[in-house]
Design a protein around this ligand. Structure first.
Ligand code: ZN
Length: 233
């Protein structure tokens, strides 16, 4: 009778071991690594946005400088063609000034357009990265929720198994239970083996036919090969 309960105890302990393995699976650690990577991407994106903001400000500044220079050119041209200046030396000086401003305008305009292109491409890049990150974050959150749910469920099952193990163990003859625990220290959880068709279920060796007789009579018999306690099913 006690052996049957011992067998039940072993089955419960095996089930608990399986759940515990599930609980300690590597994937929770992998999940936290994935989160770290996502946070790093988030930080990168933040830095890119700061950079973009600086460029946008610089672009606006260039625009204002361009307008100022355009105004200056207008003023100089007006002066040049107003007829107010008659002195040839002054006129040629004015002409030179207009040309200098025009040349500067050209350079500035090129820089302005170049920066405009850079800003547009950066904006586009950030948008793409933002969308990708949002998608990956979403996936991660779903996975994390599921993993957490699985983890909790396994924990709950272990809790239930612990209660059942305690209950069954309390019904077993203490000296038999102590023997079982001692054997477990050496052999792991599975210290009971069923005899099936005269063969030890633990190691597969053929058992003397006398053993079955003795077990049926209530004797505690160990497999001579693997040392497990034999149980008749
Ligand atoms: Zn055996």
């Amino acid at each position: 009778m006690s052996l049957a309960q011992l067998w039940q105890l072993q089955q419960l302990e095996l089930a608990r071991e399986k759940e515990t393995r599930q609980l300690n699976k590597q994937f929770l650690k992998e999940l936290s690594k994935e989160k770290e990577k996502l946070l790093a991407r988030q930080e990168e994106l933040k830095q890119a946005r700061i950079q973009l903001e600086k460029l946008v400000k610089q672009h606006k500044r260039q625009g204002r400088d361009l307008e100022e220079l355009e105004a200056k050119k207008r003023d100089l041209s007006e002066e040049l063609y107003s007829g107010r200046v008659a002195n040839p030396k002054e006129l040629s000086h004015l002409e030179e000034q207009v040309q200098a401003v025009e040349a500067k305008l050209q350079t500035m305009l090129e820089e302005y357009l170049e920066l405009e292109e850079k800003v547009a491409s950066m904006e586009n890049n950030i948008q793409v990265q933002h969308n990708n990150l949002a998608k990956d974050m979403n996936n991660y959150n779903m996975k994390a929720r599921e993993a957490k749910g699985n983890w909790q469920a396994a924990k709950d099952r272990i809790e239930i198994l612990n209660g059942q193990i305690e209950e069954v163990a309390a019904q077993i003859d203490p000296s038999l239970l102590a023997q079982y625990r001692r054997l477990q220290q050496r052999l792991g959880i599975s210290v009971l083996a069923k005899v099936q068709a005269g063969v030890c279920g633990g190691c597969g060796i053929k058992l003397p036919s006398l053993f079955c007789q003795q077990i049926k009579q209530g004797e505690t018999i160990k497999c001579e090969n693997c040392g497990r306690l034999l149980v008749i099913s």
